[in-house]
Design a binder for this molecule. Structure first.
Ligand code: TNX
Length: 554
């Protein structure tokens, strides 16, 4: 293959112009220079990363050394760096109004690589591109020939995330860090941590200690439980931050709350006739009329808010099975009042649009019209959910389950009318806990870890996670006014360990990231060649991935 002249970057940059000339000779002798103290942490992290990756020890050097990589912050005065050619992104920054500018430019010539941006985050994104270029060309001697080119880039969508279920299977800090590494490599900037659900509570709460110790003891099936201490969580937030990934914590209420009730049974004041006897359908909920419900919620959200710099707290709100609609509405209104009182903004699954929201709140779209999976999903281990006898739940419970999905088509309109913005997580595309679809059944059987992915879903091909357009997935969505961002989601009922998790994330994450970041609409035949070139990066990092037969892997 040509020396770096093909375009291995994912996501594809907005502007990429190849230039004539001798390639830049990347090696351990290359020096890195920077002028602004603000970018020192990003520069040092890049040096450490290259060292860890390939034993490369570049060093900081004077601005006269060559070859060298120069990092500099620029101002937008006069647009000398050309960043003005890349439009501002759609959506909202997970950092809030102070959200930084991710745009950057990279000019590679035979002796110097000049990297400029308006913020440390922009420099970080540029270095991620550079890392991909280097890794893709790296030979056994630790050298890479980088073709002269000019790249000017920035994201199409500001909020680009992964929602990660650490409840159904508990993943500890080291495993979460490795997921953050995958996100950062593909310029995703949000890790939405689904910290609580029926099967477990995964974060230490000092004022309600049994949430973690009792509520966190188990997981799906007989898998081990676990939880993050506050210290571990704070360290994860910092680890993510250093990679410009924002952790958005989710405390899922008022449904999906069995772990709370296991720890503190008195908090469960669900009417006896609304409690399900089916193990796979949970209909107990946090009741707004419970005497300690909002004291509890204020304590929990208060502690989470204090540990979390992002302006957003995600309150879940999905699938409030068993809950009469007026109680749900009352609950969400009180919960959002608590969040605002803590100085934070509200995010929640799309069902919260059925309550009063405020402009700037975020709702997460996941229920698609006319898809098979919009029927109620059994909760927990798919194989254990064998009791399908309709007699074991009451008509009242059944009605609330059906309501959840029957009303879904109105949620976006309700959100729009209230000025709330939308995170797109269309389940048929963005849910990665689906089996892989492959052209040949045998290939699927032998390599697709066929136990992975929930049975109620249609299998989804690697191409499908790539071949969609956030701009058209919801008819009539006004990108400038209503879009907040996009998030993929990985639910872990069938995912048992890190190898399983990586198997479902790779190669879907890069395709999703391409759609979130890139403005030029790449085609599958072109994209799949770039994708193939990334497998060596994953192998070097020790990440598992699905060797789909749709890709001619390197
Ligand atoms: C629905 S998506 C859920 C999760 C399940 C998931 C399985 C959503 C807001 N709730 O509790 O894990 O389906 O794909």
């Amino acid at each position: 293959r040509s020396q770096g002249a093909d375009m291995p970057m994912i996501p594809a940059p907005a502007i990429d112009e190849l230039r004539a000339g001798t390639p830049f000779p990347f090696s351990a002798r290359v020096a890195l220079t920077w002028t602004d103290a603000a970018i020192e942490p990003v520069a040092r992290a890049f040096l450490r990363e290259l060292h860890a990756l390939a034993g490369i020890s570049m060093d900081r050097a004077s601005e006269f050394d060559a070859p060298r990589i120069e990092l500099a912050l620029t101002s937008d005065a006069g647009d000398a760096d050309g960043l003005g050619q890349v439009p501002r992104p759609f959506g909202v920054s997970p950092l809030g109004d102070s959200g930084s500018d991710e745009r950057h430019s990279i000019v590679i010539d035979s002796t110097v690589i000049a990297v400029t941006a308006r913020s440390p985050e922009g420099i970080f994104r540029a270095l991620t591109t550079l890392r991909q270029l280097i890794e893709e060309q790296l030979d056994d001697a630790g050298e890479a020939a980088l073709a002269p080119r000019r790249i000017v880039d920035g994201p199409r969508i500001a909020w680009r995330g992964l929602s990660f279920d650490v409840v159904r299977t508990f993943f500890g800090p080291a495993e979460v860090r490795s997921v953050i590494d995958v996100l950062a490599l593909y310029k995703l900037n949000v890790l939405h941590l689904h910290l609580t659900d029926n099967q477990g509570w995964r974060i230490e709460i000092a004022s309600w200690p049994k949430l973690a110790t009792v509520g966190g003891a188990g997981a799906v099936g007989d898998r081990p439980g676990g939880f993050f201490t506050q210290r571990e969580y704070v360290d994860l937030v910092a680890y993510a931050r250093a990679r410009f990934v924002t952790i958005v914590p989710e405390i899922d209420v008022p449904g999906h709350t069995s772990a709370i009730f296991a720890a503190y049974p008195d908090l469960n004041t669900t009417e006896p006739e609304l409690r399900s006897s089916r193990p796979d359908i949970v209909s107990d909920y946090l009741d707004p009329r419970g005497p300690r419900t909002f004291e509890f919620l204020a304590d929990v959200l208060g502690e989470i808010a204090a540990l979390t710099p992002t302006p957003y707290l995600h309150i879940g709100g999905d699938e409030p099975y068993g809950m009469p609609p007026e109680l749900y509405r009352e609950f969400v209104e009180r919960a959002t009042t608590i969040v605002r009182g803590l100085g934070k903004r509200v995010a929640g699954w799309q069902e919260i649009a059925r309550s009063d929201l405020e402009p700037g709140d975020l709702i997460q779209y996941w229920i698609e019209p006319h898809e098979p999976e919009t029927s109620p999903t059994p909760d927990g281990d798919a194989d254990a959910a064998s009791d399908t006898s309709p007699s074991s739940i009451s008509d009242d419970i059944r009605a609330t389950m059906e309501e959840t999905f029957a009303q879904a088509g109105g949620d976006l309109g309700l959100a729009r009318a209230q000025g709330a913005q939308i995170i797109l997580s269309p389940s048929s595309i963005a849910y990665f806990d689906t089996p892989y679809a492959e052209p040949s059944a045998e290939h699927g059987q032998e390599s697709a870890r066929s136990r992975l992915g929930l049975r109620q879903y249609q299998p989804v091909s690697v191409e499908r996670s790539f071949d969609w357009d956030p701009a058209t997935i919801v008819p009539g969505l006004d990108l400038a006014e209503q879009l907040a961002g996009v998030e993929a989601a990985i639910w872990c009922e069938t995912v048992q360990d890190l190898a399983d998790l990586q198997f479902l994330l790779l190669p879907r994450i890069p395709g999703f990231a391409e759609r979130a970041w890139s403005s030029p609409r790449s085609s599958w035949p072109e994209y799949v060649q770039r994708l193939a070139a990334h497998a060596p990066i994953w192998r070097r990092a020790g990440w598992n991935y699905f060797r789909s037969s749709l890709v001619d892997w390197r």
